[in-house]
Write a new protein. Sequence first.
Length: 202
Amino acid sequence: MAYVNSDEMLRRARTGGYAVGAFNAENMETVQAIVEAAEMMGTPVIVQTTPGSIRYAGIEQFSAMVRAAANKAKVDVCLHLDHGDSLQLCGDCIQVGYSSVMFDGSRLSFEDNIRLTAQAVAMAHGAGVTVEAELGALGGKEGNFPAFVMDVVDSIGGFRYLGQHLWIMALAILAVAVVQVASNYTFRVYNTKASETLVKSM
């Protein structure tokens, strides 16, 4: 099929009423397995690399592998930087042909997160690359980030503030740590009221 960005892929999914899986790849074999499984299911797929996997194999290597797999695939394929921890890494991935990047500024102040995410968007959109951002702290372990205890925090005010600033960032994708806990977690929070407020803000 085609090598596409995640915005295009997710817009089709929303129209079609289906979900798109995003899976982390660590090497050539996992790239092949992810794409082959997507072909078996007849569904588009997002292949993700983390800063840790990039340090292992390099962005050029992953870009070449996923593009080669996409060129032969029977489904649409997107290559996404997951939890990019710097603007420099996002920019490097854009330059070598990633079709989607995430700038994860969740460990920064809310204001700095918005400011740097907007810079990532400006850098990416000229190249036709989708940007994902993250709001809030992630409980558990994600990539090379250590596990920690998730505090029970009412984020209503932050969500409303975010809703007022989404237009500035022109985001296609937003990851919000409301119910998400990634492995090795100590405490899990489900804030239904916060989730409903976020949706209304958007």
